[in-house]
Design a protein around this ligand. Sequence first.
Ligand code: COA
Length: 137
Amino acid sequence: MVAEAQGRIVGDVAICAVTLTDGPAGWYALGPVSVEPSMQRTGVGSELVRAGLQRLIELDAKGCVMLGDPAFYSRFGFAHQPELRDPGPSAGYFVALSFLPSRPQGQVRHHAAFTGEAQPLARADPLRQAPPGRSGP
Ligand SMILES: CC(C)(COP(=O)(O)OP(=O)(O)OC[C@H]1O[C@@H](n2cnc3c(N)ncnc32)[C@H](O)[C@@H]1OP(=O)(O)O)[C@@H](O)C(=O)NCCC(=O)NCCS
C-alpha cells in the first residue's frame, strides 16, 4: 500500500504472509514501512500502519508480526511475544500483534518474497512479442 500527497508517492507499507512452525494459519508480516524523509513525523507512517492493520482485518488475519522499533510500534498494540521467535539477527526488533485472544507459539518464517529467496518472474520480451514484420521499439 502506498501513501500519496499531491499526486506523489510519499510512503509505503508492505504486507506478506508468514508461516508459524507450530501455530495457526492466517498470520502476516507488516512492513517494511517507509516515509520519504521530508514527510516524516507528519503522521504518514502511523496512517500507513493503521491502514495496513485494517487491511489485515479485512483479510481475516489472525495476527501479524513486524520488525521495527518497539518504541514506535507499541502504540499500535505490537509487543514482544516470547512464545513467537524470529530466527533472524534482529530479534530485539521483533514484535507481534494477535487479533485473537489465543497466542500462537513457534518460529516465524517469512515468505520467500520477503527474504529475497523467491525466483524472479520471467520477463516478457517485447521484441519477441512484436507482430511479424514490425521492428522492435
Ligand atoms: C519509522 C517511520 C516509518 C515513521 O513514520 P513517520 O511518518 O515519520 O511517523 P509518524 O509521523 O506517523 O509518527 C511520528 C511519531 O513516531 C515517532 N517515531 C518516528 N520514527 C521513530 C523511530 N524510528 N523510533 C521511534 N519512534 C519513532 C516519533 O517520535 C513521533 O512520536 P510522537 O507522535 O510521540 O511525537 C519513518 O520515520 C521512516 O520511514 N523511517 C525510515 C525507515 C524506517 O526506519 N522504517 C521502519 C522499519 S520497518
